[in-house]
Design a protein around this ligand. Structure first.
Ligand SMILES: Nc1ncnc2c1ncn2[C@@H]1O[C@H](COP(=O)(O)OP(=O)(O)OP(=O)(O)O)[C@@H](O)[C@H]1O
Length: 768
């Protein structure tokens, strides 16, 4: 069924390809000047109402010819096919090395004609810069502007003007995290002029599976002011260290206390019921300590460098700069590793990649390994995946996997392959599933006096260099999944004679995509090459997710029985299911946060654009606040306090202490304030600042609360059944409370703020 659909999609794309090809000669015959001028003509035609679909054949043919002139590369037919798929908002599955970088130029150019700004996402900053600089030559040649959203040194920051210039370019190359981060920052600014981004239109995501699937589990969070340092990390770490099997349970990358564990915790911390509000903090700390001990493994999810915990990006194996786990998880791992907990900050804004990318009018992507996950992609992002044929048939031989009872056997067998190939100078790339294993291979190779390069998260400085050279005569490269993506491995003729690159995969990896990417380092663009995987019962994935009965085969040297090797492969499937569920859970949790964020950001934008009728809003807010206040039948003292904190810093002796009296007072005060502000032409600006401040403060509290709630609610498994339902209910209640709070603060800010004049006619609003 799937392949039939694919054939149908390809047939449609082929029709368009024919049209593109029909313009090839025309574009070839154009002078440079005429070809460059095409952009202006396309823009004019688009403005006059011609659709992008209609412009596609000529526009694609134009940039195809421009790339030939500027870069010396003329897109192959299959690349054009992929480009059309991207324009249609699909994901193109293209084998590794098929030239995705060039493919993206065509739909980006076409869609940039609209002037709306198009974005290309790569999985890391190095690739974004490299591709933007290389492909940028063509765009610029055709008269378009190009912006790069990441700095060479990730720690360097950009000022607003620089950012604005980037986001107002025709074509922007950046990473998913940089883009999302800037979006959140944009929604924290007070003046319209400080907003850097335009509305989202079209995005092409390179290595789309790594962005949309692997990164989907970790929402992006902007942190603000530090929290008061907690002293519970050490005691909960100690407590979790005392737990035994049966005190906790683990499933789908979640861990929680069993009733026996709960009793132990209550005894340890001397509390009656852990699940009451009073012990929320203890529960939260236990939760992060549990995860630190049972779910986070050193050299897998993180490394310890210079006494700091550095997270690893699962899909690339790279260290993630400037990112900490949230809600105290980072601190819990620090304490587990014997470090002092670093300061914990509050979450100010957060978003998941699902929610973020779903804001684009049209989104598309490319990858060499996404076809297996097309159902999930369709369900979550509503994007179809099309499998694009290769330019030249793949000549790589993917040999059958070999299975072993233990690591020793697996290691020995793989070393035999390595040494045999190395003796005839065939280049070898060993891809291991952990950093530790990369060192074991390295040490043994040193003992054999075999020169080699090691590439793992501790050693990324020369990454591109090392990978590029991995195809040289006699080269041996040991790498973690880091070698998976993006960098081109070129082979000399001599190496091609020897059979190309040999990829040895050590251990069953977390998913098929990682293995596919590893194999794909060999046999690019029709090159010869070989790949082989060595699997053993000692592989982490099999130990954790394999059937317990597999243990009885530990002493078998090489496992050849089909039903057993199948069981070993099943472990990977089990892991994939658990990863899928975990992504799904993130999504389920996110739906309320997402809905709330949309309400707040829409409101913010209306405020920034002065689209709010402030009089109407204030009438409503004053009335609601005073009515709410009178529900509790306040005393005269309470009313006076209310006036001083919400209306004016002065009590009028003649005031009638009734609801109507307060209402009238508030309205009068508001009107006189308004008059004063209007005289100096500052009413709108004042109102905007006063309201935004109230709204932002309330929302930031809410974001932080929701983050905390999500982190602790899992622990309630034994107290309540449906934690997602409970989460949504609580999130909704908190939102209502937050809006109430914001309403009070708007009134306070508007009524009690004053204006301080500054030089040059500017002013500052002094908030109460
Ligand atoms: N039409 C073309 N003509 C000539 N060379 C090309 C063409 N398209 C791509 N190339 C070259 O092929 C190589 C691979 O391209 P690229 O790195 O974009 O592949 P990729 O599909 O992104 O690979 P990976 O999946 O490993 O990231 C590059 O050296 C590129 O310059």
């Amino acid at each position: 069924m799937a392949s039939l659909l694919n054939k149908l999609s390809l047939r449609q794309l082929n029709k368009v390809l024919k049209k593109v090809n029909s313009y090839s000669d025309k574009m070839k015959a154009m002078s440079d000047e005429t070809l460059k001028h095409q952009t202006v003509l396309f823009k004019r035609r688009y403005m006059k109402g011609e659709s992008l679909d209609h412009l596609l054949p000529e526009a694609f043919a134009t940039i195809r010819e421009a790339s030939r002139r500027v870069l010396g590369m003329y897109a192959y037919d299959v690349q054009v096919l992929a480009g059309i798929a991207l324009h249609k908002g699909k994901i193109a599955e293209m084998k590794t090395g098929e030239g995705k970088t060039l493919v993206a130029t065509m739909p980006l150019y076409l869609n940039a004609i609209t002037g709306k700004g198009v974005i290309l996402i790569t999985s890391n900053g190095y690739l974004a810069r490299r591709d933007a600089l290389e492909m940028g030559q063509v765009y610029k040649w055709l008269g378009l502007t190009v912006g790069i959203g990441v700095k060479e040194d990730a720690k360097e920051s950009m000022d607003t003007d620089e950012k604005k210039k980037i986001y107002h370019s025709d074509i922007i190359y950046t990473t998913h995290s940089a883009l999302t981060f800037d979006y959140l920052l944009d929604n924290l600014c007070i003046n319209k002029e400080d907003k850097c981004m335009r509305d989202f239109y079209f995005v092409v995501i390179d290595e789309v599976d790594s962005v949309l699937l692997d990164a989907a589990n970790m929402p992006l969070v902007i942190s603000g002011a530090p929290r008061v340092q907690s002293n519970l990390y050490k005691s909960t770490d100690y407590f979790v260290g005392t737990l035994e099997e049966g005190d906790y349970e683990e499933e789908d990358r979640q861990v929680w206390l069993t009733p026996r564990g709960i009793t132990k915790a209550e005894q340890f911390f001397g509390v009656n019921n852990l699940y009451t509000k009073d012990y929320y903090e203890v529960l939260r700390h236990i939760n992060v300590a549990l995860k630190a001990h049972f779910l986070f493994k050193r050299d897998e999810q993180y490394v310890v460098k210079d006494n700091k915990i550095m997270l690893l990006d699962k899909s690339s194996g790279r260290m993630v700069e400037n990112t900490k786990l949230k809600c105290g998880q980072h601190q819990a791992i620090e304490v587990k590793e014997g470090l002092n907990p670093s300061s914990e900050t509050r979450a100010m804004a957060s978003i998941t990649y699902q929610a973020f990318f779903n804001m684009f009018e049209k989104k598309s992507g490319m990858s060499g390994s996404v076809i297996e996950d097309r159902k999930e992609i369709k369900a979550v992002y509503d994007i179809d995946v099309v499998e694009i044929p290769t330019h030249i048939p793949i000549a790589r031989k993917d040999l059958k996997d070999s299975y072993y009872g233990s690591f020793e056997e697996q290691f020995e067998a793989s070393m035999k392959w390595l040494i045999r190939a190395h003796e005839k100078k065939q280049p070898v790339l060993v891809v291991t599933s952990s950093i530790e294993m990369s060192y074991i291979y390295s040490r043994v190779l040193l003992n054999h006096h075999i020169a080699h390069n090691v590439l793992n998260a501790y050693n990324v400085a020369k990454e591109a260099e090392i990978i590029k050279n991995a195809g040289q005569l006699g080269a041996v490269t040991i790498a973690t999944a880091i070698a998976g993506r993006g960098t081109d491995i070129k082979l000399s003729d001599e190496v091609k004679q020897l059979g190309g690159l040999l990829v040895l995969g050590i251990g069953r990896m977390e998913n098929q995509r990682l293995e596919k990417q590893a194999r794909g380092r060999a046999g690019r663009q029709g090159d010869p090459g070989t790949s082989k995987f060595f699997v053993s019962l000692d592989d982490e994935i099999i130990k954790e997710y394999g059937a317990p009965s597999l243990k009885s085969y530990k002493n078998v040297k090489e496992i050849t029985k089909k039903h057993i090797t199948k069981m070993m492969d099943q472990a990977q499937k089990n892991y994939e299911i658990s990863a899928y569920r975990s992504r799904n859970r993130t999504l389920e949790f996110d739906s309320s946060t997402s809905a709330q964020r949309t309400i707040i950001y829409t409101l913010r934008n209306r405020l920034l654009n002065d689209e709010i009728d402030y009089d109407e809003l204030m009438n409503f807010i004053i009335k609601e606040n005073i009515e709410d206040f009178f529900i509790a039948d306040p005393t005269k003292d309470e009313m006076q306090r209310f006036i001083l904190s919400h209306i004016e810093y002065h009590i009028d002796d003649t005031l009638s202490y009734k609801k109507e009296g307060l209402l009238q007072l508030a309205k009068e005060r508001f009107l006189s304030k308004k008059k004063e502000l209007e005289e100096s032409n500052r009413y709108n600006q004042f109102m905007r600042i006063a309201i935004l401040n109230a709204l932002d403060n309330a929302w930031i509290e809410q974001v932080d609360y929701l983050e905390q709630l999500r982190a602790t609610i899992g622990l309630r498994r034994y107290s309540q059944k449906n934690i997602i339902f409970e989460y949504h209910q609580e999130a909704y209640r908190a939102f209502e409370k937050m809006m109430d709070h914001a309403k009070k603060n708007v009134m306070k800010n508007v009524m009690l703020s004053s204006i301080v004049e500054e030089e040059k006619g500017t002013f500052t609003v002094m908030l109460p």
